[in-house]
Design a protein around this ligand. Structure first.
Ligand code: PXP
Length: 251
């Protein structure tokens, strides 16, 4: 075990379904990808059932619930339809994300502070059903405190702005975003929340995130699935595991 303690890797398999859906039919199969991810060292599988079913579909969630041996982190919008699906499946974790039909991916964090009464009522039955409820939020104090207030157990800090600045070589913005993530991870931990992080992470930018001591889990999808084209899914995940372990040991 590293000095910082273990860091879990959740592999998001949404874009295996994106490729499948580009042609219709059944291949590539997201469950097959999830089983390879398990073997390659993923600690969990993440799948986002979007309202428009653009990638993961209902039948994929059925198959993942039946076929996985690692926990499923079920990402969803806070809608009545998704609430019913989550209560039927009772996944290990439910991560609430904002969703807009026109967006290409989950662009921002959830505005927990503005919708706290409704979200408190929304998550209570999910927790009673045994799911760990996580809020996907920006590194913003009002959002962290609101997540704790409404009874969430976990927050996932949105790393997208940090990753984008890093990719553009804008180190000043990347550092600013990283500092906000560090500060909010510390605050969240102090007030009793478990801290996860994700969105846009790659081999090149994940190390500073992995070295934040309060971060217990990272969720990574798009980059790993893309990298799998070149090295295969198992090796792409094993390399991410190696980078995370090295970061944790050095940090
Ligand atoms: N975490 C959450 C809450 C997400 O919505 C996503 C994207 O679906 C990810 C992590 C993974 O992001 P990426 O695919 O960019 O690695």
């Amino acid at each position: 075990m590293s000095p910082l303690g273990p860091l879990r890797l959740g592999v998001n398999i949404d874009h295996v379904a994106t490729v499948r859906n580009a042609r219709g039919g059944a291949v590539p199969d997201p469950l097959r990808a999830a089983k390879i991810a398990e073997e390659a060292g993923a600690d969990g599988i993440t799948a986002h059932l979007r309202e428009d079913r653009r990638h993961i579909r209902d039948a994929d969630i059925d198959a993942l619930m039946d076929g996985l041996t690692v926990p499923l982190n079920f990402e969803m919008a806070a809608t009545d339809e998704m609430h019913a699906i989550a209560l039927r499946h009772k996944p290990h974790a439910v991560c609430l994300v904002p969703e807009r039909r026109e967006e290409r991916t989950t662009e921002g964090g959830l505005d927990v502070a503005r919708d706290d009464n409704r979200l408190a009522r929304f998550i209570a039955p999910l927790r009673e059903a045994g799911s760990r409820v996580s809020m996907f939020i920006a590194a913003d104090e009002a959002q962290v405190r609101a997540s704790q207030r409404i009874g969430a157990e976990v927050i996932e800090l949105h790393t997208g702005a940090y990753c984008e600045a890093f990719a553009e070589g804008d180190t000043a913005t990347a550092d600013k975003e990283l500092n906000a993530i560090r500060e909010m991870a510390a605050l969240a931990h102090d007030i009793g929340l478990e801290v996860h992080a994700g969105h846009g992470l790659t081999y090149d930018d994940v190390t500073p995130i992995a070295q934040i001591p309060q971060v217990m889990e990272v969720n990574i999808g798009h980059f790993i699935i893309g990298e799998a084209i070149f090295r295969g899914l198992g090796p792409a995940i094993q390399e991410m595991r190696r980078v995370l372990d090295a970061a944790r040991a050095a940090g």
